[in-house]
Design a protein around this ligand. Structure first.
Ligand code: NAD
Ligand code: UDP
Ligand code: UDP
Length: 427
């Protein structure tokens, strides 16, 4: 595999060439370029009027990431003069590990077409496991996993988790649930149903199949916390009837159900409390702060800070989260575990950082921004937590897991991803 055109240094200044590790009998390591070739791949090549079609040409914005991996890229062709696209299936799937049947897991990923799910799916597929994605495409999209459709190890099922579902599997990553405030508040009753009935069904499935069950819970179970940073044994400070309650209380009851099945029925459970995570494939319009700020800055629009910008969040890059989820799933830790990055920012400072990084990447690429973007202030949404930072002592001690990506490195990669999407016209 080629070495990457973009060098990434971790928190200790070491170059990141691969993610994952061999721990708890499960090797999750893959080269970072193999993953990049999936999320920074070109979705099509452009045909100029009267041009010979050359589907092997990669767009210039993607080529620097996907060099050498073009046989695994989609060869769809875009016709600018008609604004139409001719889809082609992949000529060849990316190489996946050939595992002995004893090592190969049958893994169900609910919500696998979403932001977090699709990155987990890429990792599990490259590692050689059998992966089934179950998703109703409410906030996720088939395009996030389309590069695996047709692969013998992969299955994509449109299904709503509030309905029962039968499958035979060894591990269940239960991620299905809208995660951004505008999305989970769009239909609050459905969010509660998804959290309760969806989790009940997936736990029933785990009980029947004796599969190990991991739920993606959230830092929102701590609400607007009175303890800082938040350790797992903090019970939280949640408004049960506020705008965020459908999500916060939904996840709290989902955890209650999970430990109910664990105690009553012996279901083997794992609970990941995920803190704010960002990365490529985040829906650019789902209203979360990282995607909002980057897209605004790239489009030359002002960055919208809600409230006075003194509230804080701690941002984790997607590969660290996937490492943590896989590590937790394969460990013996049945208590809840915070998975997040301790680098805490006020939202006001974070807006400045995003603006600076977007300007840096634009300067490196020789782009001329249409205007200097400003930071503007909007009303603070109800019940917006004032501060949030994970206490990750448990993950460190129990899983030997710690985040490796600096916020700056993750943001630079995400800016390049959105830039490439803009250049393609799909953002
Ligand atoms: P996302 O919205 O991108 O993905 C959620 C996926 O679940 C989507 O593909 C959606 O279509 C699917 N889904 C929603 N309701 C469903 C239903 N009823 N049946 C089947 N599929 C359904 O969000 P994400 O950021 O990838 O979040 C994934 C999980 O991680 C969620 O459970 C979320 O609560 C949790 N989480 C994420 C973050 C974060 O910062 N990204 C933080 C804390 C917790
Ligand atoms: N369930 C499911 N798939 C399975 C097994 C169960 O979707 O393979 C659902 C089942 O329909 C029920 C829920 O999971 O709604 C809880 O199952 P459990 O066996 O605990 O409860 P029961 O069916 O006894 O009410
Ligand atoms: N936020 C903001 N501008 C935006 C979107 C969000 O200032 O365009 C703020 C939001 O009010 C919150 C923080 O950024 O304080 C994180 O918001 P997000 O929706 O990403 O996640 P959550 O509030 O669930 O942590």
């Amino acid at each position: 595999m080629p070495s990457s055109a973009v060098k990434v240094l971790d928190k200790n200044g070491q170059e990141i060439t691969s993610v994952g590790f061999d721990r708890f009998g499960f090797n999750s390591e893959v080269p970072i370029d193999d993953l990049r070739s999936l999320y920074l791949r070109s979705h099509y090549s452009s045909a100029k009027p009267n041009d010979e079609l050359n589907p092997d040409d990669e767009g210039p914005h993607h080529a620097q990431f996907t060099k050498g991996l073009s046989p695994y890229q989609s060869k769809s062709i875009y016709y600018p003069e008609h604004n139409s696209i001719s889809y082609t299936t992949l000529a060849r799937f990316p190489p996946v590990k050939l595992l002995a049947p004893s090592q190969r897991k049958r893994v169900l990923v609910t919500g696998g077409a979403g932001f977090v799910g699709s990155h987990l799916v890429d990792r599990l597929m490259l590692l050689g496991h059998d992966v089934t994605v179950l998703d109703n495409f409410f906030t996720g999209s088939r395009t996030t996993v389309s590069h695996w459709v047709g692969h013998p190890n992969f299955e994509l099922v449109r299904h709503d988790v509030v309905e029962p579902f039968m499958i035979e599997c060894d591990q269940i990553y239960h991620l299905a649930c809208p995660a951004s405030p505008p999305h989970y508040q769009f239909n609050a009753v459905k969010t509660v149903k998804t959290s309760f009935m969806g989790t009940l069904n997936m736990l029933g499935l785990a009980k029947r199949t004796k599969a190990r069950f991991l739920i993606s819970s959230t830092s929102e179970v701590y609400g607007d916390p009175e303890v800082h940073p938040q350790p797992e044994d903090y019970w939280g400070h949640v408004n049960p009837i506020g705008d965020r309650a459908c999500y916060d209380e939904g996840k709290r009851v989902a955890e209650t159900l999970t430990y109910g099945y664990h105690r009553q029925d012996g279901v083997d459970v794992r609970v990941a409390r995920i803190f704010n995570t960002y990365g490529p494939r985040m829906n650019p319009y789902d209203g979360r702060v990282v995607s909002n700020f980057i897209v605004q800055a790239l489009k030359g629009e002002d960055l919208t800070v809600y409230g006075d910008g003194t509230q804080t969040r701690s941002f984790q890059y997607i590969h660290d989260l996937v490492d943590g989820l896989i590590c937790l799933m394969n460990s013996d830790e049945t208590r809840p575990v915070n998975i997040g990055n301790g680098d805490e920012f006020t939202i006001g400072d974070f807006a400045e950082l995003v603006r600076e990084i977007v300007e840096k990447v634009q300067a490196e690429d020789g782009d001329k921004p249409s205007r200097q973007v400003q930071v503007v202030y909007k009303a603070l949404p109800n019940d917006d937590p004032q501060k949030r930072r994970p206490d990750t002592t448990r993950a460190k001690e129990s899983l030997k897991w710690q985040p490796r990506w600096t916020v700056r490195m993750g943001l630079e990669e995400m800016v390049r991803y959105y830039k490439a999407k803009m250049a393609e016209g799909s953002l």
